[in-house]
Design a protein around this ligand. Structure first.
Ligand code: SF4
Length: 431
């Protein structure tokens, strides 16, 4: 059998892939298995492309070198959205010498019909390699493996079924929103509408890159933050509420009866980060809502008994990003609470988003994310530019000393306001 297989492989000139085979050994599905499936079962053109792709990848592992280089590939009317990849070892692996990626914006909330998915697969079988990643780190659908010649054809067909290119380069990037209120009972706002409202408004910034660096929006319906907005988005919109957590005491009792008091205390009561919970002797729950920081933990564990309050809205955090030049940053709380229900609320969000992007375009240095800009110029300067009053919720981290002297505080505050008024008067006089 082995001899037969070897003969068949030799006949199809299959590149040996000893290094890549190792990657199939672990417990998780392997991308190598997927590429091999396309090599063996894809259309004829795709089989050849995948075979050479595997050959090049194995060659890379052997020499510990990457052999892709960039370039410029685009489609009519767009400045971004295509990631060009040209092979440096095209002589050895000619079929995959051009292997560009089309970044395509997914629908908000990632809601697809199977019909649309089939159409996408057919288009990519016709014009690309057949390899699609749902979804890349950027949130896009990654149509991987296209020749320069076919890029326009693939885009035109994808565009015809209602899809548009996402962002690449120094531009507004494709946004992400969680599955949201369509499927999730913890959702605190209409994520899909917020997502589409902002992206549609700022689409030019995505298709014609003109910013100093990337800018990403992400929308999570609650603090569980299923799209990692807090640490992955320059502009994170996260659902929250400002009234009390809703409690069904009968369901609390049922939970305690089923799971036991010790289990409930260990997994819910003592896990509350602000000690806002206490379990009464009769197995009902008390919540000190003023101390609650809306972390979602108790609600996640006692899903039937607890739910977010009725007065729901959003918090906006700016400047999150993993591994910046200045270290990792979580988004800074800039708008602690804002309602997002009426047309006016959405218009307000849109206007604020525009103001932040404009500020970023005008003030960030080349290759600097907005979190770094704020770190460089200071949060007060950013807040002033955004016309937002400072708020105690805008803390970087909780203070480490609980002793804060407040005597003479009012006098100091008065001095500060007088100084600011004098500065403003001087500015006006200078104009
Ligand atoms: Fe505590 Fe978090 Fe529950 Fe608020 S949501 S009561 S902070 S566990």
């Amino acid at each position: 059998m082995k001899d037969e297989e070897t003969a068949k492989d030799a006949d199809r000139k299959i590149h040996p892939t000893p290094h890549l085979d190792e990657l199939e050994g672990g417990p998780w599905p392997s991308f190598i298995t997927g590429i091999k499936r396309l090599r063996d079962q894809g259309s004829e053109g795709n089989q050849k492309m995948m075979n050479d792709l595997l050959g090049q990848l194995n060659h890379s592992y052997e020499n510990r070198m990457g052999y892709w280089k960039g370039g410029t590939v685009s489609v009519f009317g767009y400045g971004g959205g295509i990631i060009p990849r040209f092979s440096e070892v095209a002589k050895q692996f000619p079929e995959s010498k051009e292997f560009h990626t089309l970044r395509v914006m997914p629908p908000a909330g990632y809601h697809y019909t199977t019909e649309i998915l089939r159409k996408m697969c057919d288009i990519w079988e016709r014009h690309g390699s057949g390899l699609i990643a749902f979804h890349g780190q950027s949130g896009d659908i990654m149509f991987q493996g296209c020749t320069t010649e076919n890029t326009q054809k693939a885009f035109d067909e994808l565009n015809e079924i209602g899809f548009d290119l996402g962002g690449a380069g120094p531009a507004l990037r494709t946004a992400m929103s969680c599955v949201g209120h369509a499927r999730c009972e913890q959702s605190c706002f209409d994520e899909v509408r917020a997502h589409r409202t902002i992206i549609n408004k700022l689409l030019d910034e995505m298709h014609r890159p003109s910013l100093p660096y990337k800018f990403k929006f992400k929308f999570s319906g609650c603090a569980n933050d299923c799209v990692n907005a807090i640490h992955r988005a320059d502009f994170a919109v996260i659902g929250t509420w400002r009234d009390d957590i809703k409690v069904d005491q009968e369901k609390v009792k049922q939970h305690v009866k089923e799971k036991g008091r010790k289990y409930t205390i260990d997994t819910v009561i003592s896990m509350c980060p602000t000690r806002a919970l206490s379990l009464n002797d009769d197995d009902t729950l008390d919540i000190d809502n003023k101390s609650c920081v809306r972390c979602m933990h108790c609600i996640n564990v006692m899903t039937k008994a607890l739910s977010p309050g009725d007065d729901r809205g959003i918090s906006i955090m700016i400047g999150g990003k993993r591994a910046l030049k200045i270290g990792d940053l979580m988004g800074i709380m800039v708008v602690p609470f804002m309602k997002l229900e009426t047309d006016e609320d959405f218009a307000k969000l849109e206007e604020f988003a525009e103001r932040v992007v404009e500020f970023f375009a005008d003030n960030a240095l080349e290759h600097e994310r907005i979190g770094e800009t704020i770190d460089r110029i200071g949060l007060p300067a950013f807040l002033e530019a955004m016309e937002i009053e400072p708020d105690p919720n805008m803390v970087n981290h909780p203070r480490t000393s609980c002793y804060v002297r407040t005597d003479d505080f009012d006098t100091e505050a008065e001095k500060w306001f007088e100084k600011r008024a004098a500065e403003k008067a001087a500015e006006t006089a200078a104009e």
